[in-house]
Structures are given as C-alpha cells and as structure tokens.
Design a protein around this ligand. Sequence first.
Ligand code: ADP
Ligand code: GLC
Length: 495
Amino acid sequence: MNVLSVVSEVYPLIKTGGLADVAGALPAALAEFDIQSLTVIPGYRKVLAATPERTEIAMLRDLLGHDARIHLCKAGGLDLLIVDIPALFDRDGSPYQDATGAPFADNWERFAVFSLAGARIAAGEIPGIQPELLHVHDWQTALAPVYLRYRLRHVMPTVLTLHNIAFQGQYAFGIMPQLGLPPAAFSIDCLEYYGDIGYLKGGILTADAITTVSPTYAREILARPLGMGLEGVLQKRRNDLYGIVNGIDLETWSPEQDPLLPAPYGVDQLDRRGENRAALLARVGLPDLGGPLFAVLTRLAWQKGSDLIEPVAEEIFAAGGQIIVCGEGDPLIEKGLQALAARHPDKVAVVVGYNETMAHLIMGGADVLLQPSRFEPCGLTQLYAMRYGTIPLAARTGGLSETIIDANDAALARDVATGFQFYPVNAESLRHAIFMVSEVFRDGQTWQRLQRQAMTADFSWSRSAAQYAQLFEALHEHHTRINASDTPSHSRRAI
Ligand code: ADP
Ligand code: GLC
C-alpha cells in the first residue's frame, strides 16, 4: 500500500519535538509491513538548505492564491515531497514561531495552504503519485482530510494522528472566506469550534480514523481536563479512536554505537557510563560531587512541569545530587532555572537551547531523567533514557504511565521495574519521589538491576507499526470494497 504522510516536521530535516521523531521513524517501520510512505513537508528554509539534491517534479497552482513548486528527494532514508512556497515557508525561526518566540501571524494560512497541497497530492494531482491512504498529524495538517472531502470531493481512507491536543489551530471565524471551503465545512459538524474555527476539530470529525500516541492518552482525552475542549467531539468518534504507543528509532538511540558518546556501552558495560558522566559534567562546567545526577531535557513548558524543578531542587541537593537542565521555551521558567544555577554554581547547570549532542550525553551519562509532565501524550525522552540506563522519574500520566514500570516494592522484588512514577503532579509529591529515588540509588546493586531492566525493555517500533499497518489495511480494504460496489460515487464514504 502507498501512504502519503503529510506532516509539519520530520527528523532529521526539521524538528521541534517528538512529532518529528515519529514522522521520521514510522516510514521505515511500516516498510516492514509492505507499506510504502511518501512524506510531504513544507519547504522551510532549513529543509531546502538540507536537500540540495532535490528534483522539481510539479507545480501546484492556486493553493488559496499561492503557487507551490513540488520537489522530490530522498533524505534521512525518507522519500520526501517538499512543498516550496517561499512567501510562506522560507523564513528564519522555527516552523511555527519567529526568532522572538511569537507564533507567525499567518500560521492559519501557512498550514491551510500546506494541508490543501497535501490533499491535492493525495487526490492524485501529480502524475505518477497515487497514494492509497492519507495520514496527517496534529492541527497543522488536520485540514487536509477536510479539503479532501469538502473541496476536492475525493474519497480515500484518511487517518489523523493526535500527538498533542493542547495545540488545536483555533482561529477567529473571520478567516472563513479565505479558506476556500464551502459553507457546509463551517458547521458545528466540522470546523465551527466555540464560535471560532478549529482545524483540529475539523480533522477529528472528518478523518476516517483517529489515532493518538498511547492507549492511556486515548482514554484521557475523552474527558476533562485532558480533552482540552475536544472531549465531546472525541467521544463522538470514540469507535474510530485508537491509541498506538510510539516506538523509538533504535539506530539513532543506541548506547552501544552512539557516535555522540565518548564511551558507548552495552548492558554489561555500565561502568563505561562513568566516562560519559565526566564528559557531561565537564561540558556544563560542574564538578563531580559523586551523588545522583538528575537531568531535564525538554521544551521548558507548563505541559512538561518544568516550573516544578526549581521548587524541588533542595530535595535533590539534600540527597547529594546535582541537576543539569537542557531546554528552551517559556522565558520565565528559563530565567528561574538560570537564577537557580547562579545561586548553586557547583550543583546546577542550565543549557538554554536545543542541542542534539547534549541530548545524547545526558542519556549516556546522567542517572535520573526528571519528567514531571502535567500531561504527556506519549513522551519519547523516557524511552531514550531507559534504553541508555538513565532512570526516568516521571509523572503517572499518558504515555509515561504505560511505558515505565514503577519501581514499587513489588516490581523491584520481581525485577521488572524500569523507572519511577509519582502522582499527583505537584512539588510535594515530586519531593517525596526524589527521596525514594535517592534511597534506591544508594543501593548500587538494586540500581544496576533497574538500569539493566530499563535497557532491555522493548521500545522498538515493530509492535506499534504492526498496529498502524493493521488499521491502514482495514481502512484500505473497506474503501476498496465500497468502491467496487454499485454505490453511486456521491454517496460513498470511505468508512
Ligand atoms: P514533545 O514532543 O512533547 O516535546 P517528546 O518527549 O515526545 O516531547 O519529544 C521530545 C523530543 O525532543 C525528543 O527527541 C528529545 O530528545 C528532544 N528534545 C527536547 N528538548 C531538547 C533539547 N533541549 N535539546 C535537544 N533535544 C531535545
Ligand atoms: C507530542 C507529545 C509527546 C509525544 C510526541 C510524539 O509532542 O507532547 O508526548 O511523544 O508528540 O508523538
């Protein structure tokens, strides 16, 4: 089967978070099930710079007034189509924000146009490209199935994956005339959202199936507070909602052969982690105080509970621990953490920014990865951490709750624990959890058992890709059966 995956970021070309990792890793995993993926991404400045070998294969005209050059290329093992519209995508900054961190004012237009491009490619407008299923991700591409149905009137199976419903693409109703959709698309059964227009809502109500990135999150979003306003809409679609947990790319994240680690190691060479620890501490300018090294690697955001680090720092110091933070985001949280580092220069280091080398060094050299997320659809950093024997201390929510086996006494006794969980998400319960973690850390043998269990847990894509493949094939078969019947085309629905 040929799948067209339309997505706003993809590793290794452009990444702001886990969405890029998933979009980058899923195609190879699906290929094992005879599913070929073609990935469509915007021609951001960074993407064009990274793909000099591309070939222009088509021009899509009049995408809400914009013309797009479509380039085909191979990069990072992916087959890519790049939608090149300089006026919308050739800019500095991240895919969504300018250099000051403010969202681009025309994001509503950038991602409507990109979604329309994806829908037109899915519908077969480029000769030689005949996708059999359209897969879109998050609000940025959620309009593609809406365009497919309401504007192009093209019937094919469509799947929307929700990586994070905190971001919904909600815009004032005033943009309606510019979206190029008929009035029916703006009804309460599609885009109308609390008096505004909701891209994600439109996608949820239009796609044939909706997946999200863990079974736990799939349940959590059916109710408040984690439904974040979409719980009613999701309940309507609950029979078509699937939770499929993310895997990780075991080539990029392999402690045995990680080129970014001074001392790669296997599960029986845990002592080699000492060299990575030394390199990590040296890189951030901290002395080695010999205690547990707590690390934070994340977008600094309310979602990630990054504001809770500062209030629990004393508990970490009391355990002889040190803290290394690598992240960027909320300027207030950044400032608070930098002030903490200034007060404790030998115990806390903060690296503001996005840094791939630091990410790997942290996984290979820290002891504990702190993840006090208030919600977490899946979370990938705990998976990387476990693979490297850095033990996650994470909130019991979303994907964190089902990918980590909490080191309670029963799990420790049975040698199945892979990390620590705490709940509710507040400073008091995190302090208590830090105390418990530090106690186990002092018992070197138990800690090493925990590390080995974490490192040998299976986080490969194969099981999850099988679930995607099964879903895609079921939708495809259903579609083919309906198409083969005598149903007049105007009343056909994919599912
Ligand atoms: P989210 O997508 O919500 O940000 P995930 O855990 O799914 O969370 O994915 C985050 C991804 O971004 C991971 O690949 C992680 O390694 C990476 N990452 C987060 N912060 C940084 C940082 N400061 N430097 C480098 N990589 C980072
Ligand atoms: C989102 C979520 C994160 C998830 C990632 C990839 O960014 O916040 O939990 O792991 O998408 O699906």
